[in-house]
Design a protein around this ligand. Structure first.
Ligand SMILES: NC(=O)c1ccc[n+]([C@@H]2O[C@H](COP(=O)([O-])OP(=O)(O)OC[C@H]3O[C@@H](n4cnc5c(N)ncnc54)[C@H](O)[C@@H]3O)[C@@H](O)[C@H]2O)c1
Length: 343
């Protein structure tokens, strides 16, 4: 039995969390699910995003965190979202942001002549360093001499562990190609990425390691997505490339992710945000969250349930039992029920 923390969050997050809860209850009823109300409402009442001690509790007493989404226009600068989400990712040192980009049905492909066979890769995005460290600031703000500085952090340890995670995954899954994307032709510090990539690759015979500049890989992902199995990259570039990956597979409604560290409590979250434009109307696609739930099942050792859920999702999408974003007419709840009825 695993102990799972469920944090629905805000808006669309709350709706898709209900879908995930239904999937856990049906497919893995042996797990304990504990719900937490962290999000905008609680923040507006208490001024606290993630209370003191909560990280430690998640780290010590929980096997997984299942997260909806956070974001609310009522909270200035989305301060609560940063505190909760970045607090979890950084606080639990979840250095792997794992994002599968797999087309579920040929008809969802935005690329001419590219279907399920061609669009199937995963991205390992570095998740704890890079540009997302709040080191920097604005000097002489509002004056003609204004200067804005943002520093990028790349540590040997951080770069090596994400690259190694990508190769380990390739080895376990029998994938033959690992690509790494940086911008070392313009950002000197990225030389560390290339050097580390080469060194780590030596330990993985039979896997082709190929270096790309990030602009080139962005183009190649659209022209020849079939060239890619596993991609490893920096935090910022991963953020951008995975949205491209989401677009290749049907959009935000179908993009799952996991933030991992083998020595910490993993966090599972759909890529999308709280989608205020459609939240609360039954229009939110639960597929991203259900694929995310399948990733969690797999990580918890429930491989059979993961395969069953992924198969059911694919079947439902292929049968056109979808929400509006994928061309269907069903509600969030109706899609969830259809998918679960196929498991
Ligand atoms: N992980 C997170 O919690 C997370 C991620 C991204 C954005 N956000 C926050 O969410 C809020 C909204 O941000 P945004 O609009 O830039 O991004 P978003 O992902 O919420 O929405 C982008 C677009 O995708 C659509 N969309 C998103 N999820 C969908 C789903 N499941 N089904 C169908 N359509 C879906 C939305 O309707 C919108 O048009 C902001 O406050 C932002 O900071 C949170």
């Amino acid at each position: 039995m695993a102990k799972i923390a469920l944090i629905p969050g805000d808006g669309a997050g709350i709706e898709v969390a209900a879908s995930a809860k239904a999937a856990v209850k049906k497919l893995t009823p042996h797990h304990e699910l504990v719900e937490f109300d962290y999000g905008a409402d609680r923040y507006l009442k208490t001024g606290v995003g993630l209370p003191p001690g909560q990280l430690e509790e998640f780290r010590n007493d929980y096997d997984a965190i299942l997260f909806g989404a956070v974001g609310d226009p009522r909270v200035k600068d989305n301060a609560h979202a940063r505190e909760i989400l970045l607090g979890l990712r950084f606080g639990l040192d979840l250095y792997v942001n794992f994002r599968p980009c797999k087309l579920l049905d040929d008809k969802l492909s935005p690329l001419k002549g590219k279907g399920k066979k061609e669009i199937d890769f995963v991205v390992f995005r570095e998740n704890t360093e890079g540009m997302y460290n709040a080191i920097g600031g604005v000097f002489k703000k509002g004056t003609p001499d204004e200067v804005a500085v943002a520093e990028e952090i790349n540590t040997r340890k951080g770069v090596e562990r994400i690259i190694r995670a990508a190769f380990e995954y390739a080895k376990k899954q029998g994938k033959k190609r690992v690509a790494m994307a940086d911008k070392s032709n313009a950002i000197g510090a990225h030389e560390l990425w290339g050097r580390t990539f080469k060194e780590v690759a030596k330990g993985y015979e039979g896997i082709t390691a190929k270096h790309y500049y990030v602009d080139a890989i962005a183009m190649q992902l659209v022209m020849k997505p079939e060239d890619f199995d596993v991609i490893v990259t920096t935090n910022l570039f991963g953020d951008i490339l995975t949205d491209l990956g989401a677009a290749l597979t049907g959009g935000m409604g179908v993009a799952p992710s996991a933030s991992l560290n083998p020595e910490s409590t993993p966090l599972f979250e759909p890529v999308h945000g709280s989608a205020p434009d459609i939240a609360g109307k039954g229009l939110v696609n639960p597929v991203a969250m259900l694929l995310t739930t399948a990733l969690m099942f797999r990580e918890l050792g429930d491989e059979k349930q993961a395969v069953a859920l992924e198969g059911a999702i694919e079947a439902a999408v292929q049968a056109g039992k979808t929400t509006r974003d994928l061309g269907g007419a069903l509600s969030t709840q109706a899609v969830t029920e259809d998918i679960l009825s196929r498991t």
